[in-house]
Write a protein that binds this ligand. Structure first.
Ligand code: CA
Length: 675
């Protein structure tokens, strides 16, 4: 920012720009405020403005400015000024006059406020070091040798702790994740202790930057939202803090949360939504540099690849710079360990690769993945879009696999249609595709994989393996909606639990990165609600009394996670190793062979991890999935004696049974054996 100081004062006249594509790129940082105890520098990028005014305030809302001043135009399209004295604790806005704006211009905190007042209307000037909790300088990301070791657990702050059964004091807040010793009414662990017990390596928190749909002045109304409506991208959301009026409190509490998770050995992935904003007319992008940050169609109307009324333009230099600096800000200031890009396919490949490169320079184990799709077609040529089919051009960046998800539960377009878990044949190759991690593998028949005709990953760690996330129904609701009951209106709870276990065994034995949605391990449901983005707590809150009731399920998840962590064969992390060691096997017994040829029955997927894969102590590991309502007798690949460590809903690494030559896989269950 030193260069900014030098620039102030050299007043230049306004150049003529044919279009926003002619705008110069801001020199130095995109950040607009540089605080020092003796003076604060302001620098807002708005090349086509006629004038820009800075206003200073004593509070974050409802007050007259204590001073205003006009900023000076610079050659790089920014407007600069400095204010002498210590502005710690003051608030500010910019007001831009740009004749090209089709929108009414109003005061804005700019695009890169790093602290704000209530509802993010005004920026705040603070010394960031005052927001560091005790011991922050010693905070380190928990050890992780390689990306393949990640096991991700997605959670929403309010879902996770708002119900009194969580036993948490700061319910629905960032601080909830700092509380140890919390118990459900039945005396079982909840909160962060539950996450430790489960053994996940990462939590992915739903949007936690400042978003617009919750009025922070009316938190007592107990409104709910997922938060996919960004306002200030570089500030934590006030609704999850204990005092949204204080700019420092939300920042400090967010850091305390990160610190507590790190101390618990858990890394944190931030869900980032650079692809669109809450609205366009009032958005900080528009109020700072009208017309620049959004894509338009040829007729001048706004693109809408987000399905929310707009799409941002990552390919434009300043939007790209904004995204890079924003990601870097969260890593450097908040010690974030990974990023999940919402509707990543709206962005462009060079931007995503530049972000990966920047993260690699900081720490290559920082995760980067996203949704390889958009809600509608983006206003950008297809070759540049970070869609799944282009993941091969984006090394080190992952994408969610709808192939395996829908091969398990059924298609996204109809909650009542089932797939593998419903005992419907034809989904086996889609599950194989997910097991190998979307890489090229000789035993995956791509003509029978849903959605994708080609393998799309270079490395298996580029596939996010999951069966449910915050979108769509909970797994329990989906199974109730799509699996035909043997009797009655919906499937029985014991069948539901068996299918849940089977589904997550597929997820947790994939060579991709396993991803779990919070509460699945408790058999939580959302009363059949498919899109609960603004549903009340009665739909979204986790009822922690479920844990004692469904303890078996929770222990099963924890057991599988422990096995995955103890056995490198399940997380080879390398496409060549997967092709070398992972072999799908035909397991039909001779007596049920068709026309003398051994074939695997419908709704059975079987594979082995052979020859001490990844240096595993187990020589040969056999994994069997049976989605049929009958027990299936299967032939084992060698004559050796095998020990079952996962069988019929139980996990025991010491062994549950032994067998040789053949084994029986009970209905709707998974089995893992080794010799
Ligand atoms: Ca907010």
């Amino acid at each position: 920012m030193a260069a900014s100081v030098a620039l102030i004062g050299c007043e230049v006249s306004k150049p003529h720009y044919e279009s926003v594509n002619d705008y110069p790129v801001k020199a130095g940082s995109v950040q607009e405020v540089t605080y020092r105890p003796t003076e604060t520098l302001f620098s807002l990028w708005s090349p086509n403005a006629d004038s820009v005014r800075l206003s200073l305030y004593e509070s974050g809302e409802d007050s007259e400015p204590v001073s205003t001043q006009w900023l000076k135009r610079q050659k790089d399209g920014s407007w600069q000024g400095k204010v002498r004295g210590d502005l710690q604790g003051k608030f500010y806005t910019f007001r831009v006059w740009d004749p090209s704006s089709p929108y009414e211009m109003e005061e804005t905190p700019g695009i890169f406020a790093t602290a704000v007042g209530v509802n993010g209307r005004r920026g705040a000037i603070i010394d960031m070091r005052r927001t560091d909790p005790e011991g922050w300088s010693n905070d380190r990301r928990p050890a992780m040798a390689k990306t393949a070791d990640a096991i991700i657990y997605e959670l929403h702050h309010r879902d996770f702790s708002i119900d009194p059964s969580s036993g948490v004091t700061h319910r629905g807040k960032f601080l909830a994740l700092t509380e140890h010793g919390t118990l459900s009414p039945e005396g079982v662990k909840t909160g962060i202790d539950h996450l430790r017990e489960l053994g996940v390596t990462h939590v992915q928190i739903l949007p936690s930057y400042d978003y617009g749909s919750i009025d922070e002045t009316r938190l007592a109304d107990n409104r709910y939202n997922w938060g996919y409506d960004p306002v200030n991208y570089n500030v934590p959301e006030g609704g999850y803090s204990t005092d949204p009026y204080s700019p420092e409190v939300r920042i400090r509490e967010f850091k305390q949360m990160i610190q507590a998770l790190h101390e618990a050995g858990i890394r944190v992935v931030l869900d980032v939504v650079y692809n669109h904003t809450y609205d366009v007319a009032h958005a900080n992008f528009t109020q700072t540099t009208p017309g620049y940050f959004y894509r338009t169609r040829e007729d001048g109307s706004l693109g809408n690849a987000s399905g929310c009324g707009n799409e941002t333009a990552s390919e434009r230099p300043m939007m790209r710079k904004f995204m890079l600096e924003s990601v870097r800000w969260w890593v450097k200031e908040y010690h974030i360990d990974g990023f999940r890009f919402d509707l990543m396919a709206i962005h462009d490949i060079p931007t995503m690769n530049a972000i990966r490169q920047m993260l690699d320079e900081i720490d290559p184990t920082i995760l980067l993945y996203g949704e390889g799709w958009a809600a509608e077609t983006p206003q950008l040529e297809e070759a540049l879009r970070p869609i799944k089919a282009n993941i091969k051009d984006m090394p080190g960046i992952g994408a969610f696999s709808d192939e395996m998800r829908d091969g398990l539960r059924g298609p996204f377009y109809d909650d009542h249609v089932g797939a593998f878990l419903a005992g419907l044949p034809g989904n086996e190759q889609s599950i194989r595709f997910g097991i190998v991690g979307a890489i090229e593998h000789p035993q995956v028949d791509m003509t029978k994989v849903n959605y994708s005709q080609q393998p799309w990953a270079l490395q298996p760690t580029q596939l996010i393996a999951y069966v449910s996330c915050h979108d769509d129904m909970m797994l329990t609701d989906r199974l109730r909606a799509s699996v035909k009951p043997l009797k009655g209106k919906q499937i029985a709870d014991d069948e539901l639990m068996r299918l849940d276990m089977l589904a997550q065994t597929v997820v947790l034995t994939s060579q991709g990165l396993p991803f779990l949605w919070n509460g699945e391990e408790l058999m939580r449901d959302k009363k059949g609600v498919h899109n609960s983005y603004c549903s009340p707590d009665s739909i979204n809150a986790i009822d922690w009394t479920l844990k004692a009731r469904n303890r078996r399920l929770c222990d099963y998840y924890a057991g599988l996670i422990a096995i995955r962590k103890a056995h490198p064969a399940f997380r080879l992390g390398d496409a060549k190793l997967v092709r070398e060691h992972l072999e799908f096997i035909d397991v039909t017994m001779d007596n049920v062979a068709k026309d003398g040829e051994k074939v695997t029955p419908d709704c059975v997927v079987a594979f082995r991890l052979k020859n001490n894969a990844g240096g595993d102590e187990w020589n040969d590991i056999v994994v069997l999935f049976n989605a049929n309502r009958q027990t299936v007798e299967v032939a084992l690949p060698t004559d050796a004696k095998y020990t079952a460590v996962v069988m019929n809903g139980e996990v025991d690494p010491q062994g549950l049974a032994t067998c040789a030559g053949k084994t029986r896989v009970p209905a709707q269950s998974a089995m893992i054996l080794h010799n």
